[in-house]
Design a protein around this ligand. Sequence first.
Ligand SMILES: NC(=O)c1ccc[n+]([C@@H]2O[C@H](COP(=O)([O-])OP(=O)(O)OC[C@H]3O[C@@H](n4cnc5c(N)ncnc54)[C@H](O)[C@@H]3O)[C@@H](O)[C@H]2O)c1
Length: 339
Amino acid sequence: MNKNKINVGFIGCGGIAIEHMKGLTKNPYVSMVAFCDINLNRARMAAEKFGIEGARSFNKVEEMFEKVEIDAAYFCLPPFAHGSEMVAIEHNVPFFVEKPIDLYLDRARKIASDVEKKNIITSVGYMNRYRKSVKTVKEVLREDPPILFFGGWIGGTPNPSPGSSILEWWIEKEKSGGQFHEQVTHTVDLVRFLCGEVKEVYALPARGFNKGVPEKYSIEDASVVNMKIANGAIGSLWASCSANGGGGGVTLTIYANKATALFTGWEHNLKLLRQNEEPIEIMGEPNIFEIEDNAFINAVRLNDPSRIMCKYSDGLKTMEVTIAANISMETGKPVSLPI
Ligand SMILES: NC(=O)c1ccc[n+]([C@@H]2O[C@H](COP(=O)([O-])OP(=O)(O)OC[C@H]3O[C@@H](n4cnc5c(N)ncnc54)[C@H](O)[C@@H]3O)[C@@H](O)[C@H]2O)c1
């Protein structure tokens, strides 16, 4: 593209969109020119705070793409609300999409196929792939393959604040897809990135333990998902949104023959243990959204998609695993995945 400024448009101006906007204000190559949200007020507030002079706000995606020249779009939508990526594709606009890329596989597959046909640059918000800790472990596991892994996200009972629509969708299975699909997707993606493709999942849900939750609450209180990896490795990932006593958090542990990788916390701080070697510790980058956003903007600016760690078709593969886990939770049977 080789433009001095990349005109960015946002679709969805809620919590995570604001995080991206905050980081993008520091990027000298970015002009935030257009903001769209079904809640027009939210789009207006974002335009006022982060937009360039004359930035426009909309509540219809089609109108935004027709009226404003956009070089790169950010889709920051709840899982059920995707689909408008098709408008970006029609206008040949590269796009970033937050994880999980969708809730419906048919729609995501159609988007992936059209992205491929039109050769559009895309990036999916699996920001942990950009971490030094993760890249270090990827190198180690190349020589010393993974054998066993476990981890996940363990937290307390979700409590959307009254009067705010923010995250109300999270507790509804038919909107978020549940905690495993919406949140543990980060860990599933890391397992795919570090250990290889998942070829089978077998999942178990726990329900009915969370008390005092809104009537609409329909997600699992906890889940366990066992997995087989293409190289023969096995592992188990967990979700819980019912552990109010504490002691949870984000973890991923991977055991290989000569190395053990212990990731802890949202920042994926690493302790790497190796046979007959001193342990290595690597702290996670606190500004990881900025790092991920700069990679996407540079990829668009220089027409160089190799800077992007997860493109749409790769995000689709992660989604296939979490949807297979949801199917297994419903049927009580293992689900095989094509690899
Ligand atoms: N990468 C991360 O670590 C991270 C962190 C938080 C959220 N997320 C992901 O980002 C996505 C959004 O989460 P959030 O926390 O920002 O949610 P949110 O509810 O705060 O914001 C979503 C926004 O989208 C708007 N919206 C809904 N449907 C729309 C439509 N059809 N067109 C335009 N706007 C629409 C809503 O009005 C809302 O303002 C989710 O998929 C979530 O998993 C990722």
